[in-house]
Design a protein around this ligand. Structure first.
Ligand code: GUN
Ligand code: ZN
Length: 461
């Protein structure tokens, strides 16, 4: 039996497996046992007490068979009953579901942290010129690979990402995800107005190309397609209507877009769609509101919009680092949770200023504090895992550690820096030990990332 020991205090080297190594890992030993402190969720901690919501058990083992979790139990018993398994002892690291980033733009990787603009100027100045490059497959593949490497080194095992208008950009990210056996959602941006000419398609082209991509990729292994009108201002009513038809023909697909991010944007939407009740109505009128819809941002919602979102059970995605970075506003987590909406958490890179879901949880906490609402660390972790999985309709297979779920698991080092360690050591409860990592942690806290049972990233002694 091979034993891999990750001793926490001597960490000096991080590695992420390359594409070729990933493929060879897929044929590696089919049973693995991961030992550590296991965190899993039973209920939503926004609506239930901690005891009922979360389970945290020290010195616990997760048995992985091929790509799924088979059993969670005592290390001695699982090692004794499983001949020939690889055993990874993570000691008192937290073993939990990989993070799920419910809204991002992988083509914006090269322009993350661009200075000084708000939404519409930021799109025109930084985003659109970069997105023009993605008709080139080689470039798209190169950025897709870099992007997914950033994700796994930050402990993110699934993402729902926008692409560009180019089908090549969609192929590139799905290929990169397939190589890593990653559960990933993506869609071609549809845009036929209010963007540079090189980034415009037409209603028919958006319909035809999206349909082709659905046939090519949707439910290929762990991949899912999301019909992706960028946002109402960059689509004509004709284009939104054709995408509504496409969604009606493929109701199994998700539909992702943006909603009510900045006040100026909302006024612009009103002027572009004078016959609609509000921003959400610009989607609803064209068949783009439903249970499998996911709306990024949703900051400045009107009561009518909240009621409609509740009626249909659509998902909202909170993008806190983006909302502060481009000055959009303060998402109302407390009220929207009270309304029982499905809410996930996301980086929104590159409007968001970090690839790290730890940094994103810190920002989420800070925004809620500005609204007089102190989120519990369990609530933050829920948003970054089960919450996101629910909005993406994947919560029966990812976002939690349970038998039958995909083995998308991370080992979170709760002592990854001296600063975190000196705070965590005076923690009186496990939550006081975890919280400093949520507030101050980064990729150094991700001791290991497993995707579908394969070790794809690790920090080694
Ligand atoms: N609204 C429309 N497109 C975008 C985008 O790329 N990023 C953000 N944050 N908002 C958008
Ligand atoms: Zn976005």
């Amino acid at each position: 039996m091979q034993i891999a020991l990750f001793l926490l205090n001597n960490i000096i080297l991080a590695f992420t497996l390359t594409g070729a190594q990933l493929l060879s890992k897929n044929t590696a030993n089919k049973k693995k046992i991961l030992i550590g402190t296991v965190l899993s969720f039973n209920k939503n901690p926004f609506h239930h007490g901690l005891k009922d919501s979360v389970s945290i058990s020290e010195n616990t083992a997760i048995l992985i068979n091929v790509n799924k979790i088979e059993k969670i139990g005592s290390p001695n018993e699982l090692v004794a009953e499983t001949q020939g398994a690889e055993v990874y002892d993570f000691q008192n690291n937290l073993l939990m579901s990989g993070f799920i980033d419910a809204h991002a733009h992988y083509p914006q990787t090269p322009i993350i942290a661009s200075w000084g603009k708000r939404l519409i100027d930021w799109l025109n100045t930084y985003t659109f010129p970069e997105e023009e490059k993605y008709g080139n497959s080689k470039y798209a593949e190169q950025i897709a690979d870099i992007y997914l490497d950033f994700l796994v080194s930050n402990g993110t095992t699934s993402v729902s990402t926008f692409c560009t208008i180019h089908p090549e950009s969609v192929d590139a990210i799905f290929l990169a995800a397939q190589k890593r056996n990653m559960c990933l959602i993506a869609g071609k941006n549809a845009m036929d107005r209010n963007a540079p000419k090189a980034l415009l398609d037409t209603p028919k082209r958006a319909y035809d190309e999206s349909k082709k991509l659905i046939h090519k990729w949707h439910r290929t292994g762990r991949l899912r397609y999301a019909i992706t009108p960028r946002f109402s201002p960059t689509s004509s009513p004709e284009q939104l209507s054709m995408l509504g038809e496409l969604w009606a023909e493929h109701p199994d697909c998700l539909m992702q877009t943006h909603l009510s991010e900045q006040v100026d944007e909302i006024e612009w939407v009103q002027s572009l769609f004078p016959n609609t009740k509000d921003y959400l109505d610009t989607y609803e009128q064209f068949g783009l509101l439903g249970e499998k819809a996911i709306y990024g941002h949703a900051i400045h919602l009107k009561n009518r919009e909240i009621e409609r979102l509740k009626d249909v059970g659509a998902g909202l995605v909170h993008c806190p680092t983006s909302n502060t970075f481009i000055g959009s506003g303060l998402f109302n987590m407390e009220y929207l949770q009270e309304q029982r909406l499905n809410i996930g958490l996301a980086t929104d890179t590159g409007g968001g200023s970090s690839f790290s879901m730890l940094r994103t949880m810190a920002s989420c906490y800070e925004i809620a504090q500005l609204r007089n609402n102190a989120l519990h660390p369990a609530q933050l972790l829920w948003l970054a895992t089960v919450g996101s999985a629910k909005t993406l309709h994947l919560d029966k297979e990812i976002g939690n550690l349970k038998p039958g779920y995909f083995a998308d698991v991370i080992a979170l080092d709760l002592n990854s820096t001296d600063i975190i360690t000196q705070r965590a050591k005076s923690g009186n409860t496990i939550w006081e030990v975890i919280f400093p990592t949520l507030m101050m942690g980064d990729d150094r806290a991700i001791a290991a990332t497993f995707i579908a049972g394969n070790l794809v990233h690790s920090i080694k002694m």
